[in-house]
Structures are given as C-alpha cells and as structure tokens.
Design a protein around this ligand. Structure first.
Ligand code: ATP
Ligand code: MG
Length: 690
C-alpha cells in the first residue's frame, strides 16, 4: 500500500531544508541554517526534518532537539510524530517516536551535568535555584559581606543578579557589562567582583546551581576536548528552534559539541529577536554560517502560511521601519478584506470590556476560545482583563505570568523536597526549618551552620536540639526528612509524605487553608507525571506550569479556554484571533527601554512578534489613559499615552481605526467602571492652608 509522502506538503525550500543530508544529498554534511520570517514554516520544517531523519534511519535517542520551552518541545515531538505516522501509515495506537533529549537548553544542560557530575567536580544531587532563590541568595551574601547598606546606594539584589547573569551569558568582562548596560553601577566594580566571588562560593558550599550555571558549566564541560568528543559523539543531530534568541554560551556549546557542524541544524528569524535584554544575540545567526570548519548551507523561506495578506502588510510595515535590515517581505496567498484593527479605548477598564466582548463575539461566530489569545508586554498588564473575564465566566489560562510555584504554600512543599534532596541547600533549609512553630531565623541559622560543618548533614539534622517549645513539631519534621532519605522510596511517594506532613501546618498558618490545600493537591497530581524526584524538582523549576482562571492548575486537554500570554512567551505560536493590549508609548516601547537605540529596536521587534501571531483577526488596543507603575519612588500614576511610535501616520493605511465606546454608547450602564477623578478635594484642602 502506498502512503502519501508528507514531504509533498512542503514547498521546495522547506523540502530542501527537511531533507538536507539525506536521499539525494546524502553526502552533504554541512551544518544547516534556515533563516526566514514569521509564519514561514520554520518550526514546521524542523518537525519534518526530524521525521525525515528518523525515516532515514536516524536514532531518536541520538537527537538533541533544543526549543524555547518545554511546551514547544512537546509540540515539536507531536508534530514530528504525526508526520512519521502519515509517512509510515502507522495505526493511531502505534507508539510515537520519543525524543528523550528534547527540551530547553537549560533542562538538557541540567540532565547532562547530572550525568557527568562525577567527572566535572559536581555532586549529582545538586538542586537548582530559580530567579527568586538566586536573588535571595545573592541578597544574603551581600548582607554577609557588608554591602547592603542602602545609604551607600549599593545596587539592589535584583540588579546584582542581573549584572552577574549578563556577565555569565555574554562572557564579557564585568567592566564592559557595567559600562554598556549598568553605567550607574560602574563605581561598584570592585565590590561587585567580591560579591560575585562570594556568591559563587556560596553556591558551591550549598550544592546548588542557578540558571546561568546550567549553561556556563555545560559550556565549560564541552570546552574540555575529551568530554566534548565523548558527549558530541552521543548525538548525531543537534537541532535548534528560535536560534535568534540564543546567547553566546549557547553558540559556544553547539560549536564545541560539533566542531565540523555536521548534524547541526538551526532555524530562526533575526526580525524576531526579543531576548537581547537577557544576553541573547542576533550575532549567533549572523556568525553561524562560518563558525564551523564547514561552511553552512543556508535556506531561506519567503512564503507565509499563517496570516492573511492585510495582517502581513501591517506587520511588514512595522518591521520595515527597523534600523537594521531584516529578512525580506513575506507574501501569502491568503487574501482577506479584514485589515488589522487599531482600537482606541478610553482606559484599561474599557479595554478589558472591549476585549471580552470581542472574544465572545468571535466565539458566537464559531471560533473557540482556544483559537484566540490576548497578548501584553508585562504580566501585570492583564489584571483588569482577568477580572473582567472572571466576571463573565470566560475561562482562561495565563502563560508567562505569576507562576503557580510562587505561592507561599507551594514554595513550602517544594522546599521540603529540595531540602531532602540536597540537605546543604540553605535557601530551602531556611524555609523548611522555619515552618516549625518556635523556630525562627536564628535557630534555623544555627541548624544550617551545624549541618554545613558536619561531614554528614543528615546526622547533624537528626542530632539537632531545637528550643524546647519547638520540640514536638521539630521531631515530626526530622522524622519526615529521615523518611525522605530512605533509598527504597519510589517517587511520588516522597510527595505524598511531604503533603501529609504539611497539610496540618497549613491549617495552622493560613485562614484560607482550604483553598491552598487544593493547590497542594494539584502539585501532588503534577508530581505524578514526572519520572523521579530529581526530574520533578529540576523540570518544574525550569519550566513552571501556567496559572488558570480558577486557580486549579493546568487545564484538561478538551476544555476550552482563552490564552493570556506575555508577548515574550507567545513566541512561535499562532491563533486565529489575537488581541494585543496597551499598544501605547510607555508600554510598547516600555518607558524603561527608550534609553538606547538597541533597546528601542528590540521593542519594535516585540510588537512585530505580537502582530505576527495572528492568522485572521488582529486587534491592537490603544487605551488613551494608561496606568504606569513607577518603581523609582514616584508612586503610581495615570498617563495620557498615545499610539505606539512604531505605528507611524504613514502606516495607518494598513489599519482599520475604531474608537470605542462610540459617543452615543458612552453612557454609564449597569457595568459602569470606576471613573478617574476629575478633581482632588484633599489636595485642595491642603492647598487652602498653605
Ligand atoms: P514563527 O517565526 O512565528 O516561529 P514559523 O516560521 O516557525 O513561525 P510555523 O509555525 O512552522 O512557522 O508555521 C506557521 C503556520 O504555517 C503553521 O500553521 C503551519 O502549519 C503552516 N505551514 C507551514 N508550512 C506549510 C506548508 N508548506 N503548507 C501549509 N501550511 C504550512
Ligand atoms: Mg517557529
């Protein structure tokens, strides 16, 4: 029986990329770069390439597939699987190829480092600090070495971590990073050096790694020729999506693992580079063709399969004004008479109402909620909308926002498991010890010091004498931690034990224990989906689950819900209808990003990424009054914003402009929103006495 060849569905350039090095080009071992605009099928082509390689005998176990999120990796696996299935005519029940080495750079790095730990001087049971933990640790170290005197205006812990992270990811010397990105901190260069030295020391003592270590240690590991060769030889193919958002270290890692470039495929779009603020560099794409001993084969794609022509025209216009010349204009054959809409609304409350109305209207017109999304620059920008959606019972899932894991009670349970896994981790230990009533910071420190000095930290923990008042509860905790050390314990039994120990504490600590209990139950359910405690702790930290409208954790597959996402987290995805909030100056571009041309250009690309997510309907919302929260002491304020500067007068022809509510509809109805004050009586009263 003949099965249709899935490659037939690709255009000639896509097919060229998907089949490079197989079939007719079997002898061609050059690395491959696919560079092309949004929606041109880069990710789709990569999935076809994976399937095609497997069809030609490549071993899925020997492929490393690096994506921007775990979700993206799973999606890629699914797509490749369905292509394979079609090609081979497999029944639906047949096992899909499992790509054990697919995931983010950080997650794959964590796995490799654990595996090679004994060879590179790491302990296998290291735990991973998320940004919050890393900030807290650097804050603690800063305090210990006496740099926390605020009068001296030493940079805050978040800034310190930002500087450190930038140095790590760009491999630029500290003084250059300070000069170019943190000029107001240059006077602190010596102190920062000392601080970072102490921070690195603390991480080692506590057997923890932060996000940056996952890449830096991986890069260090493969800088050693024997290891590079050994690890490189385990993988026949390294495939990377969204290459424009990788940093210097990531490029180094690829090069070290595959110096000839054989088996390396990267795809990306320089016009969508939006992570420079974290040290990513477009140079990686530009340098790729010549960085290996073999020059790369380059394939470009020019046809867009995602958006209608009017949406494409509007997006192309926005990016065409960029200072750097990006990939050529895209074309599509999807004609439509719907232009992108620019919707002028009075304020954010009205914006929320307009979007909720629109979402429902689209649903009535036959589109599911899932086929729609609302995008915004920063997580807190969706607050008004979330309230409105809740009021109207429109279910949603929020990506890239405040994480499930950031709730205190979830952190508590995670800390217990982390502390059991790595008893030297002080951030976790500090948190856990203080859950016991009667144990405060001083006692917790005494415990952790005793553990740090002991040759066997577990023994020190069991021998610890807490204050008398804390004795009974401490004994319960010590017993739990001892149980969690037992070798025969099969995951997720650890989680069940931790939960059983924790729930009574929860009742004592919080009035809303019942609600929090549901979260803990949810965490336990999530835990069951991971293979081991280690995988759970690592992967959940690196790729936390989303927040949902009813706070009950990730939704079921068949439920219908609207997607809320930051633009950064929406990368690579697409929806039939896309609503972008706050397309105003001060937001896109952000007030904080108008300092340098580079920053400004990145903001332009951010808008471009948002616009190019839409297939059929694109709505850009422009609230005239926009709420700005000022961190630097000024308090919060409303500003009268204008349409983003990235949509110039000349571009307006590409948009349909609406104003809402129309004059006659502007009456205050049953859902009247709080109005902005027209006067300030207290200010008047004060002025009267001046
Ligand atoms: P982005 O830059 O946003 O990541 P991309 O270049 O990775 O976009 P894809 O997500 O792979 O683009 O593809 C965009 C859409 O076009 C998807 O819906 C995909 O299924 C569709 N598509 C890609 N190639 C083809 C093709 N040859 N025929 C039909 N549809 C295609
Ligand atoms: Mg893509």
């Amino acid at each position: 029986m003949q099965y249709p060849d899935p490659l037939e569905s690709l255009n000639p350039q896509q097919r060229e990329a998907a089949t490079h090095g197989t079939g007719e080009t079997a002898g061609d071992t050059r690395p491959l770069l696919v560079i092309a605009g949004a929606g041109s099928g880069k990710t789709n082509t990569l999935a076809h390439r994976v399937a095609n390689l497997i069809r030609h005998g490549a071993d899925p176990q020997r492929m490393m597939l690096l994506t921007f999120s775990r979700r993206a990796a799973q999606e890629m696996e699914r797509r490749a699987g369905s292509v394979l299935q079609k090609a081979l005519g497999l029944a639906g029940t047949q096992q899909m190829p499992n790509l054990p080495w697919s995931g983010t750079f950080h997650a794959i790095g964590a796995r490799l480092l654990r595996e090679y730990a004994p060879r590179i001087g790491l302990e296998e049971n290291f735990t991973i600090h998320d940004r919050g933990d890393a900030e807290d640790l650097i804050g603690m170290v800063r305090h210990e070495i006496g740099f926390s005197d605020t009068k001296k205006r030493f940079p805050l812990k978040g800034t310190c971590l930002g500087i450190y992270s930038r140095v790590m990811n760009t491999r630029e010397p500290l003084h250059l990073v300070l000069q170019s990105v943190y000029p107001w901190c240059t006077q602190w260069e010596d102190e920062l050096k000392k601080l970072f030295g102490a921070y690195v020391e603390a991480k080692q003592q506590q057997n923890v790694l932060d996000y940056d270590d996952l890449l830096a240690f991986w890069a260090d590991m493969v800088a050693e020729p024997t290891l590079a060769e050994e690890i490189g030889a385990r993988f026949d193919h390294l495939l990377v999506d969204e290459y424009q958002d990788t940093n210097r270290l990531q490029a180094e890692i690829l090069l070290a693992m595959k110096p000839t470039g054989q088996g390396v495929t990267v795809v990306g779009d320089d016009a969508q580079s939006i992570y420079a603020f974290r040290g990513a560099t477009v140079r990686n794409i530009l340098d790729f063709p010549r960085q290996f001993t073999q020059e790369a084969r380059i394939v470009t794609l020019e046809r867009n399969y995602r958006s209608t022509q009017p949406i494409l025209d509007a997006s192309n216009a926005v990016i065409a004004a960029a200072r750097e010349r990006h990939a050529k204009d895209l074309f599509t054959d999807k004609a439509s008479s719907n232009r992108a809409q620019l919707v002028l609304v009075p304020d954010e409350a009205q914006q929320a109402r307009w979007v909720a109305d629109q979402v429902l209207r689209q649903r009535e017109a036959g589109s599911t909620l899932k086929a729609q999304s609302v995008l915004f620059r920063a997580s807190h920008h969706s607050a008004a909308l979330e309230l409105e959606l809740a009021r109207r019972n429109i279910p949603f899932v929020k990506f890239g926002g405040l994480k499930f894991l950031e709730a205190a009670h979830i952190k508590d349970v995670m800390a217990v498991l982390r502390f059991a896994h790595n008893p030297r981790g002080r951030m976790a230990g500090f948190r856990v010890a203080q859950l016991v009533p009667g144990i405060g910071a001083a006692t917790a420190t005494r415990l952790l010091d005793a553990m740090a000095e002991a040759s066997d930290p577990h023994q020190a923990l069991q021998a610890f004498e807490p204050p008398a008042a804390a004795k009974a509860e401490w004994t319960r905790l010590a017993a739990l931690l001892a149980q969690l050390q037992e070798p025969g314990l099969a995951w997720p039994a650890d989680m069940e034990l931790a939960k059983t120990w924790y729930l009574p504490m929860l009742e004592r600590m919080h009035d809303d224990a019942q609600v929090r209990k549901l979260d803990v139950e949810q965490l336990a359910r999530l835990a069951a989906g991971y293979a081991s405690r280690e995988r759970f702790l690592t992967e959940l930290t690196l790729d936390p689950p989303e927040v949902t409208s009813d706070q009950s954790g990730p939704p079921l597959r068949d439920e219908d819900y609207l997607i809320l996402s930051t633009i950064h987290s929406a990368k690579g995805q697409e929806w039939k209808a896309v609503h972008v909030l706050n397309v105003v100056d001060g937001c896109i571009p952000s007030d904080m990003a108008t300092g340098t041309t580079e920053e400004l250009e990145e903001e332009r690309r951010l808008l471009y990424v948002a616009m190019t997510r839409a297939k059929e309907h694109l709505h850009l919302l422009v609230p005239q009054r926009f709420y700005v929260s000022q961190q630097a002491g000024g308090g919060d304020r409303h500003v009268y914003a204008g349409r983003t500067r990235f949509i110039t007068e000349a571009m307006l022809a590409h948009f349909e402009q609406l104003a809402w509510p129309q004059a006659d509809a502007a009456h205050a109805g049953a859902h009247a929103q709080p109005q902005a004050p027209v006067m300030q009586v207290r200010a008047r009263a004060r002025a009267a006495w001046r």
